[in-house]
Write a protein that binds this ligand. Structure first.
Ligand code: GTP
Ligand code: SPV
Ligand code: MN
Length: 596
């Protein structure tokens, strides 16, 4: 297929990557249904993709990655800049030209015998002044088909870029031989470039997502005065039809997709409250003309965690996967060609193929202690499928943000919810976030680690400068700044069971948050921030949760908090001199208040 653009910057870069990787063939992805269908058919014929039950899952496909390639690889993810201090020390760093010299041999001739697909894509609504364009080249049809769901892809993206602009992110991906020891996910924020090699899994290779929309974009936002954050965006509509928007940053696999699509508890629904999803993973936020903070979702689909998703926990996510979706590393029922994962229902298929492709007896296999689906198995689902998709989803200006919420998995320390005293204290609260690790990245699961603003794996520059940028944004927003909160759905009891029911019932906490934003409810000023009066958390219709349970969930153990402060201190010391003095004094003031 011929070129879709005359843009000389795109064409010159493409000449370079073709000369480097020497593909047999170059195919421009125009976004047309004919072309996509031909690619699906080809992937099915080679076994790269499998079809599913065409009545229950029309247009859906199944893909299995290699066993060594099932999650993001933070240890092999780099931010490369000219000067070390501009990316380190939280990020892995290597000098730009040194990294290119190391990777160039890996890319040399890597697409010989293969087809190179050229994917122009747009992050954010077409026509939005806040959207940005990328071009990804890849030798993977799986990447093309996923990028189709996750972004606005094809000719529309090149039209958004125009014939002259050089403002696009250059993404170079090759799955190569999917060798773990030669896998690199590398961002060059100073050059708007991404090089990814030897992976064919999700966040490592769908370069518009974490690599661009967070790592590169966070740096662009720092330079240009806006924010790229690991946040869901949701709207709550009251019975009068007014909608207020909340963004929330939780680390990977800590509940963003679930919160973004929650189903209101019965009594709220009966009163006429509704929840609308704008985004489930990434928010780009700008100061709008009226001085408020506005958020757009740069993505067009959801790359969601499959295990635990069911009709009760997340009905809307499940419905989103019912057509034109791609399932990665889930199990399949060979009799019905329906997908299955842990937590979907209580009936694992007997005649099953587990996620790596081995036929097994599902119930027996599970009884032996195995999992049928990989814990980080995922669905890629078009946002338009989502029953509660916000009508503002494509609004080029985004939605105004009333509250920003931070949260993570903390078995003991963090209470169910509290509010920061003001913006700067809220920035401290975000910087002090910590969470138990999950299967979304390779490595140990369940270990508490500091994950500021849920951005530890995704900040494309120095973390101290990133904190400074948050403080700057607060200055710009002044008294129009969103209020900042922290939540924790994951407190456990003596038996290690979650105390708070979570999922749809999290709306009860969001209602308190919005009431606080409107100044409608009192709170207790404590050492850590404003805590709710237990009676102000609506528990109507909740079984087994009474005032005492809520009081327990809101309790703050000062010794644990002082220990946690030491963890924050360590993080700040590790980041070093670029941590803003304001945050160090916030930490000191918190310690003072806790010690009184
Ligand atoms: P990424 O896509 O990796 O960024 O993850 P995410 O933050 O969107 O997490 P997601 O909503 O997919 O949830 C991850 C896991 O947490 C799933 O297994 C959910 O079932 C579980 N989870 C989500 N919300 C809650 C909650 O309120 N309570 C409890 N106990 N578990 C939850
Ligand atoms: C995450 O890990 O936060 C994800 C999945 O959303 S991935 O796209 O693989 O990064
Ligand atoms: Mn995520």
């Amino acid at each position: 297929m011929s070129n879709l653009t005359k843009n000389p910057n795109v064409l010159a870069w493409l000449d370079e990557v073709i000369a480097l990787t020497t593909p047999d063939k170059v195919v421009w992805i125009d976004g047309s249904e004919e072309q996509l269908q031909a690619l699906r058919d080809e992937a099915i014929s080679t076994g790269e993709m499998e079809t599913l039950n065409s009545e229950e899952y029309p247009g859906c496909l199944l893909h299995r990655t290699k066993k060594n390639d099932v999650a993001r690889v933070e240890g092999r993810t780099y931010i490369c800049t000219k000067k070390k201090e501009d990316a380190a020390p939280i990020n892995n760093w290597m000098e730009t030209s040194e990294m290119k010299a190391m990777l160039t041999p890996l890319y040399t001739g890597v697409m010989k015998g293969r087809t190179m697909y050229v994917i122009p894509y747009c992050m954010g609504p077409i026509g939005s002044p806040y959207s940005k364009v990328g071009v990804e080249v890849t030798d993977s049809i799986y990447v093309v088909l996923n990028m189709d769901i996750m972004t606005r892809m094809g000719q529309c993206a090149l039209d958004q870029l125009g014939d002259e602009s050089n403002d696009f992110v250059r993404g170079l991906h090759s799955k190569a031989d999917v060798e773990e020891e030669k896998r690199y996910i590398v961002q060059f924020p100073e050059e708007n470039a991404i090089w990814s090699i030897n992976s064919a899994y999700g966040g490592n290779v769908l370069l518009g997502k974490k690599c661009f929309a967070l790592r590169i974009a966070s740096y662009q936002g720092y330079k240009e005065g806006w924010m790229a954050e690991h946040m869901l965006i949701l709207g709550i509509e009251d019975p009068n039809g007014n909608v207020e928007y909340i963004t929330a940053a939780f680390p990977s696999a800590c509940g963003k997709t679930n919160l973004a699509m929650l189903i209101p508890p019965k009594h709220f629904a009966e009163k006429g409250y509704k929840v609308w999803t704008v985004g489930d993973d990434i928010a780009w936020m700008h100061v709008g003309e009226d001085g408020r903070l506005y958020a757009i979702n740069p993505e067009a689909g959801f790359f969601g965690v499959a295990p635990g998703t069911n009709a009760k926990s997340n009905y809307n996510a499940l419905m989103s996967t019912k057509k034109n979706a791609i399932f990665t590393n889930v199990a399949v029922d060979n009799d019905t060609r329906k997908v299955w994962w842990e937590g979907l229902d209580k009936n694992p298929p007997v005649n099953a193929t587990e996620w790596t492709g081995i036929p097994v007896n599902g119930p027996e296999y599970i009884a032996e202690g195995n999992k049928l689906a990989h814990p980080n198995s995922r669905f890629t689902a078009p946002a338009v499928n989502c029953p509660c998709l916000s009508k503002e989803f494509d609004n080029p200006n985004g939605v105004p943000v009333s509250a920003i919420v931070f949260g993570g998995r903390r078995a003991k320390t963090a209470p169910l919810v509290y509010q920061s005293f003001d913006w700067n204290h809220g920035v401290y609260v975000g910087s002090a976030m910590a969470s138990e690790t999950t299967a979304a990245a390779t490595g140990a699961v369940g270990v508490v680690r500091r994950d500021p603003m849920a951005m530890r794996p995704f900040t494309g520059y120095n973390m101290g400068d990133y904190f400074g940028h948050w403080l700057e944004m607060g200055k710009k927003l002044g008294d129009k700044a969103p209020k900042i909160f922290n939540v924790n759905w994951f407190r456990t009891n003596e038996d290690g069971k979650f105390i708070w029911p979570g999922f749809g019932d999290n709306m009860r906490v969001l209602m308190w948050i919005l009431a606080r934003c409107r100044g409608e409810v009192e709170a207790n000023e404590t050492a850590i921030g404003y805590l709710p009066n237990a009676a102000d958390i609506d528990v109507e219709g909740l079984e087994g949760i009474d005032l005492a349970t809520i009081e327990g969930l809101l309790s703050v153990d000062k010794d644990l908090w002082l220990e946690d402060c030491a963890g924050v201190q360590d993080l700040y010391d590790q980041i070093g001199e670029r941590v803003p003095a304001e945050l160090r004094s916030q930490l000191a003031a918190l310690r003072d208040r806790l010690s009184k």
